[in-house]
Design a protein around this ligand. Sequence first.
Ligand code: NAD
Length: 480
Amino acid sequence: MNTKKFDYAPAPESRAILDLKPSYGLFIDGQFVDTLDGRAFKTVSPATEEVLAEITEAGQADVDRAVAAARKAYDKVWSKLPARERGKYLFRFARILQERARELAVLESLDNGKPIRESRDVDIPLVAAWFFHYAGWADKLDHAGFGPNPKPLGVAGQVIPWNFPLLMLAWKIAPALACGNTVVLKPAETTPLTALLFAEICQQADLPPGVVNIVTGAGDTGRALVEHPGIDKVAFTGSTDVGKMIARSTAGSHKKVTLELGGKAANIVFDDAPVDQAVEGIVNGIFFNQGHVCCAGSRLLVQESAYDEVLSSLKRRLGTLRLGDPLDKNTDIGAINSAEQLARIRELSDVGEAEGAERWSPPCDLPVKGFWFPPTVFTGVSQAHRIAREEIFGPVLSVLTFRTPAEAVEKANNTPYGLSAGVWTDKGSRILWMADQLRAGVVWANTFNRFDPASPFGGYKESGYGREGGRHGLEAYLDV
Ligand code: NAD
């Protein structure tokens, strides 16, 4: 049944605010520089396949140079600065990020494909909040519970993914600088642009040269950075496969390592949950950011007695989502970030069908150019199905059922991952009991995908180790 009463007029955000350059160098020692031994690649808009800019792929000599610049800045400037002076720089970053929020949101949506509503209302405000939060910590490390006068580690090598490019940069750079470290950061190859704009913001903020260095490139550049003998700390967010390689290559070295990896979260709906709210939470859990979210609620566990009502309500709601131009302020679902990611989503969805699950999507016209996948729901999913076990990292929900709380816990924990979970119920006591039983770093109750700089985030099992955010996030950057 088509319940649509009217269409929305297009409301595109203007790109005129951007000052995109045709090509970008590497940001090393406070300057944009040409590569010594690297190559170039292109970054495209996933919504249209338009080439946005040419980006430098840093080689080994470039990584050497960036690490040397970070070391010099650490020894000569940053580790000598009084803590409250470090805090001032972080406050300055936070304010500039707020001032340039619209520009950053437009650029993020253009390069990543995520709806402007999300980059404008979620990503960029959280980025500024992260810098404000850690700006406040810089001169209070004595009171963070790690003993008097905790020391920084030195130079941090940081590698981030493409799903929240600027937010992952903030999660890495803000605590590192607050604790007195200097950094070399590598953004993902498909989303380098906001990190390069952040490099310009470092210049605008008069950050001493070498405190932040940005090297662009793909996996080889990332490997050269994490394996570099000149770094003291590795902070990686990305896939579990690459995380395992990094754990192996850094084992036995002096480097402190944190890994934020994949997830396959259960979003658990009991029959006493308010259905409309739960449905919003399910939609936000898996269709926010096209499901490119490590903590996405990709497995929906519904109590059998509520199954029919929840499923019909969910399908009705999915029929109202608008997919299309990421820069349109009405858009709910944007583009898939890359052709490779689209191929993976398609492959796993086909496997879901082949293994016997039932596939459903609302009627939805996909644009001809660019990388697109409709919101998709699989029912009749069993725990053995690959779509119930593997991270799809796309707008694909697998629905399973349960009868008792114990069965819900057993199914939710039956995964190699342990990053997040959601519980929807009217009973406070049940929330507390479930939170105690679930092996997940974050458990949301009657909400999903909410983030706050004061609250630690991280996984159990193959979702990685270490925590980012809050007081806990400081520990990863201090010699404690
Ligand atoms: P990915 O592992 O392929 O790439 C992540 C980053 O690592 C990129 O910058 C990439 O260039 C780099 N890289 C690739 N090979 C490398 C190597 N051998 N050595 C060093 N660096 C290397 O992951 P992706 O597809 O870009 O990102 C999606 C993954 O990230 C998902 O699994 C998702 O769950 C995870 N993720 C986790 C969190 C979290 O906080 N736990 C947050 C966001 C994303």
